[in-house]
Design a protein around this ligand. Sequence first.
Ligand SMILES: Cc1cc2nc3c(=O)[nH]c(=O)nc-3n(C[C@H](O)[C@H](O)[C@H](O)COP(=O)(O)O)c2cc1C
Length: 136
Amino acid sequence: MTGFSPSGERFGITVTSFNSLSLDPPLILWSLGREGGSFACFQAGTPFAVNVLSAGQKDLAERFARVGIPKFAGVAIEEGLDGTPLISGASAYFECVVEARYPGGDHDIIVGRVRRLFNIGKDPLLFYRGALRPLV
Ligand SMILES: Cc1cc2nc3c(=O)[nH]c(=O)nc-3n(C[C@H](O)[C@H](O)[C@H](O)COP(=O)(O)O)c2cc1C
């Protein structure tokens, strides 16, 4: 997930909890950990993007899972709707706004309304049996 914090800083976070929710209207959901630095982000109405990383982007998945580093240093990005950073070379992008947010134990459930979708068609990166791997 990529977007902007309430103070206007770019942020990015690796997640695997991404899922489809609704076709009409087009909604997706994922869960945001309470302990993470991004917990204050994703208030209702906030734009953000789902970047489905491609098979060769394991290093970026690891980078965006780390705490306290400048996550975007040296990362090629393009600007999406409202200037939302989109990570270049990804497999697909869902450009969203936060539709709703619900408590869910030690995470919050973030519901995003999809405004625009790009399917680039590259093979995706998977998280399977505890490791980041290509499809084959
Ligand atoms: C494979 C993988 C999947 C993850 N999935 C999630 C997730 O679904 N939700 C979440 O909040 N954090 C998830 N994380 C952890 C965040 O990426 C990590 O806590 C990150 O540092 C948070 O960034 P922040 O502290 O800048 O918010 C995952 C990490 C990895 C390596």
